[in-house]
Design a protein. Structure first.
Length: 191
């Protein structure tokens, strides 16, 4: 990051990542294949499911009387949360308390902090749970029309839709601004 001859902070960050990838590839080529070993007792458990019970409570339901276009009443909240009790021993009341704690800890839809960019795609089911409008100059938000979950995090291709291409440019600009602000605030020379 200190080699200014590479160019901007973003180009230098890309060079660092490229060097890391080369090191990782070399290590992988010289290391026998490793199997990921889950934590004891968690071998067959999807940890995302555990996280929904222990922190976030994200359940996709289709309650009776709603505008859900699937068969209403089959995917209600109690049935969608059953696995919390059966797999993890976390009762519904504890899930609710866990969600309340996470919301208090992370700020729910009024987070505090700085230099966080909230990027959401229009057809990403998570956008309903995210920050969609800028909260402050240090907490900007970007809404990407027609984009799915993390469409802007994948490598660029010629077939990327225009909104994703624009999102990538916007993200680069915001991150560059964050890096420049950090350099000024901390009297750091990024190279």
């Amino acid at each position: 990051m200190t080699n200014v001859s590479i160019g901007s902070e973003v180009r230098r960050l890309a060079a660092v990542r490229k060097a890391q990838a080369a090191t990782e590839a070399k290590a992988a080529a010289n290391t026998p294949a490793l199997q990921a070993t889950p934590a004891p007792g968690w071998a067959d458990v999807d940890l995302w499911l555990w996280q929904t019970c222990a922190e976030f409570g994200f359940y996709q339901t289709c309650e009776k009387g709603t505008r859900c276009f699937f068969t209403q009443g089959l995917a209600d909240l109690p049935s969608e949360m059953d696995f919390c009790s059966s797999l993890f021993g976390i009762p519904p009341e504890a899930v609710a308390a866990n969600v309340d704690y996470s919301n208090a800890y992370y700020g729910a839809d009024h987070p505090r902090g700085s230099m966080v960019l909230y990027v959401n795609g229009e057809v990403d089911p998570w956008h309903a749970n995210s920050i969609l409008e800028q909260r402050s100059p240090d907490l900007p938000a970007l809404y990407v029309p027609g984009a799915s979950h993390h469409a802007w995090t994948h490598p660029s291709t010629s077939s990327d839709q225009a909104s994703v291409k624009q999102a990538k440019r916007s993200i680069r600009k915001v991150v560059h601004g964050f890096l420049a602000e950090m350099a000024i605030d901390n009297n750091i020379l990024f190279a």
